[in-house]
Design a protein around this ligand. Structure first.
Ligand code: UD1
Length: 427
């Protein structure tokens, strides 16, 4: 298992490019099961372990997977050879459940291992299953597997009403509805940029969908979908993490290929914290340059996580690291996941003054964190500990970096290029 060794206290400066988005790439890859023709992706974050895991899962179902240089992926599934998403793959990545909708839509049946619990809360898939039932599927749970079947003739268009907003649930419902017979409506749909990217891909494949970016999606089912070429958008969470590296590292940092409008909630918080943020030229797809200039110690700000366009739960841990050394007291409220403060106790071991009570965390900024051996508990918690290590006095060792490798491409290389001292070592 790899660790990161970080020597803290080096200012962060320079320019760094944001990679393709993990959370967009995973549903986009799952959607390729819907067509027998090749789907070509540009800008895919191919080095991420989660992207490789999704690739392995798709290959196990019958996909031909070709990886070219520079983030190009070609996925072709002439026939589905197996409709089972096996426990070994699903266990390591919850997003594997995203193959349920496409398998059901294309083959009329699917057997997907239940993802089970994970470090940041129980995270059930009940809403995914209800959505499939609303489109005519029959669902049973057998020996730890969700077994789903459509009526003869396949899925039928229907009304999916989510009682709670779910990103993955909306994605699964969309991918099922595009090949269902007739019209489907998804109410209380998620509005995240990853949903918009998925709709754009499905449309390029020939699907008819309206309403992306709103809470109501209307889909006219098609008989078949075709191949296409598609550019994976840049990762708003990686961009946000790098902006936090600038904020904590007293630096002047420029991000290129930044999904500017997707990081607005964080930019607003960082401005409130007295960081100076400059937005450069932005292209038609909303992608451009963002520069952050950070003060000696940012000002404390309060944060409540929420669905998009609210403050992303996936940025809560990283901003908490910044607030751990801010001037003043911040209050964090985590509204999306229970038990998503596992990084707090590790930040305390580095000298942070943080108290967690249920879904609230109170952070009193300290003048100095000190380097310590710490253990990463999940993907974004790992990033938070790395950020804290950048500013801590002395050496920080972050263990269980495999969490980080699921969602950050070459983070240690990117941070080193910006002046930080971060090295990867085998434990
Ligand atoms: C996605 C993201 C994840 C992000 C999360 C919230 C991917 C691969 N992952 O996860 O990084 O943190 O959105 O922005 O894109 N829920 C249920 N039943 C269900 C499904 C969800 O109760 O069937 C609950 C969850 O436990 C959670 C809330 O709904 O409390 C939102 O979860 P959801 O939006 O589904 O998150 P994911 O799609 O798993």
């Amino acid at each position: 298992m790899d660790i990161f060794r970080i020597q803290g206290g080096r200012p962060i400066s320079g320019t760094v490019r944001v990679s393709g988005a993990k959370n967009a790439a995973l549903p986009l890859m799952a959607a390729t099961l819907l067509s027998e023709e090749p789907i070509r992706f540009a800008g895919a974050p191919t080095r991420l372990v989660d992207v490789q895991t999704m690739g392995r899962l798709l290959v196990s179902l019958g996909t031909e997977f070709t990886e070219r240089r520079g983030g190009e992926l070609v996925l072709t599934t002439p026939t589905i050879e197996d409709t089972t998403a096996a426990y070994d793959l699903v266990r390591t990545m919850r997003a594997s459940v995203l193959v349920l909708g496409p398998l059901l839509a294309r083959c009329g049946q699917a057997r997907v291992s239940m993802p089970g619990g994970c470090a940041i809360g129980s995270r059930p898939v009940d809403l995914h299953l209800k959505a499939m039932e609303s489109l005519g599927a029959r669902i049973e749970v057998e020996s730890g597997y969700v077994v789903a079947r459509t009526p003869p003739g396949g899925l039928v268009g229907g009304r999916v009403v989510f009682e709670k907003i779910t990103v993955g649930g909306t994605e699964n419902a969309l991918m099922a509805a595009v090949l269902a017979r007739g019209e489907s409506v998804i109410e209380n749909a998620a509005r995240e940029p990853e949903i918009v990217a998925l709709v754009e891909l499905l449309r390029a494949m020939g699907a008819e969908i309206e309403g992306e970016g709103t809470h109501r999606l209307v889909i006219q089912g098609q008989d078949r979908l075709s191949g296409c070429r598609f550019e994976v958008p840049p990762d708003r969470i990686e961009a946000g993490t790098l902006l936090c590296a600038g904020a904590i590292g007293q630096g002047s940092l420029t991000l290129s290929n930044c999904p500017v409008s997707h990081v607005e909630a964080l930019v607003e918080k960082l401005r409130e914290a007295d960081c100076r943020l400059k937005i450069g030229e932005v292209n038609g797809a909303g992608i451009g340059e963002v520069t952050i200039d950070a003060p000696f110690r940012p000002r404390a700000v309060d944060v409540t996580t929420g669905e998009y366009p609210g403050f992303p739960t996936d940025m809560q841990a990283q901003l908490m690291a910044v607030m751990a050394v801010a001037q003043g007291r911040s209050m964090f409220t985590e509204k999306i996941f229970e038990n998503r403060y596992l990084h707090a106790s590790e930040l305390v071991r580095m000298g942070g003054d943080i108290h967690v009570e249920g879904r609230t965390a109170t952070i009193r900024g300290v003048k100095r964190l000190s380097g310590a051996p710490v253990t990463a508990s999940d993907l974004r918690a790992s990033a938070s500990l790395v950020l804290a290590g950048l500013v801590a006095h002395g050496e920080t060792i972050v263990r269980r970096i495999y969490h980080l490798d699921r969602g950050y491409e070459n983070l240690e290389i990117k941070l080193s290029k910006l002046g930080a001292s971060v090295t990867r070592e085998a434990e």
